[in-house]
Design a protein around this ligand. Structure first.
Ligand code: MLT
Length: 272
């Protein structure tokens, strides 16, 4: 599959551009890359134009030093849509850190959002302890590289059912984490530590929204995601059985079915 490259706001961005239809932007989690979305994006390309970037500092996209905030990522992605000539509202879909960025995209560019898809993510900001932990992670990854992150995160990323039934997925995620660029990981960790609390804004999200979570997600648990969905006026809530935090990679078939149903909802909202 051909990965494209473009310079966005001074940094080289790598991305896939698959299929035709309403634009659907897939935003990956931390510290992964566009590959986590591939099984779903490939299934969706008959119905949508799937734009699947590596965020700044991840995968094959260029890193910038210091800190990259969720607002920086959101503005990069708006710049990517501009560079691709996409002016019509798009579906903005993010997982975990990608969800923080999707929220921020809505906050800053809401006229460009046809629908919001929030997967395995959180609306709350970091507690001071979490923020401090992220600063420590940033220092450590710059000193010793990302391998320790794979050890720390992997058992929490995918559910126990996936661990047993699809052990190759754990390997694939390990490879994504271990090959991550330390500068990109550190900058995003610092950015996540500073992200805004979206909870007070949830009631203002009036576009069609889908909140999706793996039933075994221990990072953004189903109860928290359900509460998020209840706070967003037009949100649907979908729980994917036997999946953890990376539900779209663990069960791409069910996640694609939920996304296609949501697409119908967005299309009928557009017709009204
Ligand atoms: C992610 O999957 O993107 C991370 O778990 C997000 C986070 O560390 O808050």
């Amino acid at each position: 599959m051909k990965i494209n490259k473009l310079t966005i706001r001074g940094y080289q961005y790598a991305y896939l551009d698959l299929g035709q239809g309403i634009p659907w932007l897939f935003i990956h989690g931390f510290p992964l890359n566009h590959r986590m979305w591939l099984p779903v994006a490939e299934r969706m390309q008959g119905a949508v134009r799937a734009i699947v970037p590596d965020l700044r500092g991840f995968g094959q996209s260029e890193a910038s030093p210091g800190i990259v905030t969720m607002a920086d990522f959101a503005d990069d992605l708006a710049g990517l849509l501009d560079a691709l000539g996409i002016r019509q509202p798009a579906i903005i879909c993010g997982l975990s850190m990608g969800g923080y960025i999707a929220f921020e995209f809505w906050f800053r560019h809401r006229e460009r959002v046809a629908g919001l898809v929030l997967c395995d993510t959180r609306a709350a900001a970091d507690t001071p302890e979490m923020a401090q932990h992220r600063q420590a992670t940033a220092e450590r990854v710059l000193q010793e590289g990302p391998a320790f992150l794979a050890e720390a995160m992997l058992p929490r990323l995918i559910g126990p059912a996936t661990f047993h039934q699809q052990p190759e997925l754990a390997q694939q995620l390990r490879q994504q984490i271990e090959s991550a660029n330390p500068a990109g990981v550190a900058a995003a960790a610092r950015g996540m530590a500073q992200r805004r609390d979206m909870q007070p804004a949830l009631s203002q999200i009036t576009c069609p929204s889908l909140v999706l979570v793996g039933s075994q997600d221990v990072i953004s648990p189903p109860a928290e995601m359900r509460a998020m969905a209840e706070a967003i006026p037009k949100a649907r809530f979908v729980e994917i059985p036997d999946a953890g935090h990376i539900a779209p990679l663990e069960n791409p078939g069910l996640v694609t079915a939920a996304f296609l149903e949501f697409l119908d909802q967005v299309a009928s909202a557009g017709e009204k």
